[in-house]
Ligand binder design. Structure first.
Ligand code: GTP
Ligand code: MG
Length: 338
């Protein structure tokens, strides 16, 4: 089953541009502190052509048109060639989110249902909308309430919802000065405070992405300096965020397996003690010693290999964490992770 990552954002918040830029930036790979390379590549040749053409259009000075329909993309995330995630991202037409047109209802329901089984939720807020909200624009402010309400209905519909990590993305960050960016982050943390409060078990992040510097749109023409490198504009952060969370889940499950194996081992060792304490005569007729020793060897071997796996996962996790924290603030249960 693929790992669904869901993107939500109003029309024009930069969802499609992000997907196009990210897919180009990360297809070449990004290097971790441990020297291993992470690549994000679509295994579907038709999707690859579509993504490339959209990117090429931007390089040639034109922004892509807004979506008239929703499109699903698939990506393999590999670290040192090993598949870590099998991502499915649907690029919804943002117009759906705040539409009250009855004709849109069916497609809108699919969008709402897409929250379920998601491995990560990405909420996009364009820097332009955030600026308008600062200036008191009521509709721009409503945007945030709308997302709070969407999330609340998601919590109602899915018992596992509270475990799904949420990343807030300030897109088009090149439109903000360093000062404005700080203000924008505080503003989002305040507007979305249900996510950042203490006492939850939620992993939440906030980051700012951009496709370059001084970018603007004049009647569809792209002006400014496009910079689509893996290391630029935090383009890798959303995938790293999903990966970080998934690795955390994997580590927890391996730790569980180790402790379960250790418990079993204790039980079998006790059985061995019991066996050895039986009288020689009784053991002459029925001797369980070698079968118990075999069990001890096999469980011990499994525990040792899980411990090795855990060591590898922990070092991978540390490498991912350092890149992730360089581009995002991450909170666990309201506490910032350092
Ligand atoms: N300054 C700046 N503008 C951007 C950036 N990314 C996107 N934009 C602008 O935002 C517009 C909308 O981007 P899209 O990616 O098409 O938005 P969307 O969220 O996919 O919109 P819908 O398809 O309608 O849902 C683009 O045409 C650009 O004008 C960025 O990194 N910086
Ligand atoms: Mg779009």
């Amino acid at each position: 089953m693929s790992d669904k990552i869901s993107i939500y954002g109003l029309s024009g918040s930069g969802k499609s541009c992000f997907i196009f830029a990210m897919s180009q930036a990360l297809s070449q790979g990004i290097e971790f502190a441990d020297g291993e390379l992470m690549t994000v590549i679509t295994p579907d040749p038709r999707q690859m052509v579509r993504l490339y053409k959209a990117y090429d259009k931007m390089v040639n000075g034109y922004w892509p048109a807004g979506n008239t329909q929703s499109i699903t993309y698939n990506f393999n995330v590999r670290k040192a060639l090993e598949k870590m995630l099998d991502i499915e991202i649907t690029d919804y037409r943002g117009g759906l989110l705040d539409s009250d047109d009855d004709d849109d209802q069916e497609e809108q329901d699919t969008l709402y249902e897409s929250f379920n089984d998601s491995k990560a939720l990405l909420f996009f807020f364009g820097a332009d909308t955030i600026k308008r909200a600062f200036q008191g624009d009521m509709y721009a402010r409503f945007n945030f309430q709308h997302f709070n309400a969407l999330y609340s209905s998601y919590l109602d519909s899915s018992p596992d919802a509270v475990k799904t990590p949420v990343l807030f993305i300030i897109s088009k960050a090149d439109l903000l000065s360093a000062d404005e960016l700080l203000k924008a982050k505080e503003f989002i943390k305040d507007q979305m405070r249900q996510f950042f409060g203490r006492g939850t078990n939620l992993t939440v992040g906030i980051t700012a992405i951009s496709l370059g510097r001084n970018l603007s749109n004049y009647k569809g023409e792209l002006e400014g300096e496009l910079d689509i490198r893996a290391s630029a504009g935090n383009l890798s952060i959303p995938v790293l965020f999903a990966l970080y969370h998934q690795m955390g889940v994997k580590i927890e499950s391996v730790i569980g397996e180790i402790s379960c194996g250790q418990d079993k081992l204790k039980g079998v060792q006790k059985a061995l003690g019991h066996e050895l304490s039986r009288s020689t005569l009784a053991r002459f007729f029925i001797n369980n010693e070698s079968s118990i020793r075999n069990q001890i060897n096999s469980i011990g071997g499994a525990v040792a290999s899980k411990k090795e796996e855990l060591l590898k996962l922990n070092s991978s996790m540390a490498a991912i964490k350092s890149l992730l924290l360089a581009g995002a603030e991450i909170y666990l249960g309201g506490e910032r992770i350092n």
